[in-house]
Design a protein around this ligand. Structure first.
Ligand code: C5P
Length: 231
């Protein structure tokens, strides 16, 4: 059965490579299955805004995952440049504090208005999924920053979802560290299967190596998509 558009909107492929042609090949291989392309630190550092432009041309929404964390003015300006590119999602570290997250939102609004784009959703990274533990008090503190500043969502591990869903039900929950039962966890410490993450409240799953290291990326994406189609 063909994946639904609603399921594709829940899937982001992490295009972690220094090679734009490779990223475009991966994006093409998951066409119609995955709706969002995540451009992270490696691809953006290697290829810059051209990566966003070329991937946008494929029709995928762009998730610019540069995890900004700096003084408020610098983050505001970086976010303004990000939204000028026409991306749909931008990340900052929530540990940067309320003033920094508010500045990020200001920057996103400015850049989008200047270029006539939709304002990207601002996501706050809570605690990296490579970290072994996230205490509820650290999580609560980071989420409070996002709520007070007015961010749209957060990035968290699937294992943190029960707490986050009760503490911040309105925020969009974006979850990396997704692995099928037989996948290598790589450097991810807190993993979950796609169906468990969605059942626990994830709105968007970020998937890199289970697709991009597969000998058949389209087949891997299809398996993940069908696992969540009815979750
Ligand atoms: O290959 P894998 O599926 O582990 O890729 C996960 C992606 O999600 C990477 O691009 C990584 O930078 C990103 N990410 C993460 N944990 C976070 C935030 C983003 O793994 N908390």
């Amino acid at each position: 059965m063909a994946p639904s558009a609603a399921t594709a909107k829940k899937l982001a492929i992490a295009l972690d490579t220094d090679d734009l042609d490779q990223a475009l090949d991966w994006a093409a291989s998951v066409a119609g299955i995955v709706g969002i392309a995540k451009v992270g630190l490696q691809l953006f550092t290697a290829c810059g805004p051209l990566a966003v432009e070329k991937l946008s041309d494929t029709g995928l929404e762009i998730f610019l995952d540069l995890k900004f964390h700096d003084i408020p003015t610098t983050v505001e300006k970086a976010c303004r440049e990000s939204s000028r590119l026409g991306v749909s999602y931008v990340t900052v570290h929530s540990s940067g504090g309320v003033a920094m997250v508010k500045a990020a939102l200001n920057g996103l609004g400015q850049g989008a208005t200047e270029r006539g784009h939709h304002v990207p959703q601002l996501l706050g990274v809570t605690i990296l999924t490579s970290a072994e533990q996230a205490s509820e008090s650290d999580l609560a503190q980071r989420i409070s920053i996002l709520l007070e500043a007015g961010a749209n969502g957060l990035v968290c591990a699937a294992t943190d979802l029960p707490f986050i869903c009760s503490f911040a039900p309105t925020l969009t929950k974006v979850v990396p560290g997704i692995r099928r039962r037989f996948d290598d966890p790589d450097d991810q410490a807190r993993t979950a299967t796609p169906e468990i993450a969605v059942a626990a409240g994830a709105d968007i799953l970020v998937i890199g190596r289970p697709i991009t290291s597969s000998s058949n990326p389209r087949q891997a994406a299809l398996e993940i998509s069908s696992a969540i189609e009815f979750a």
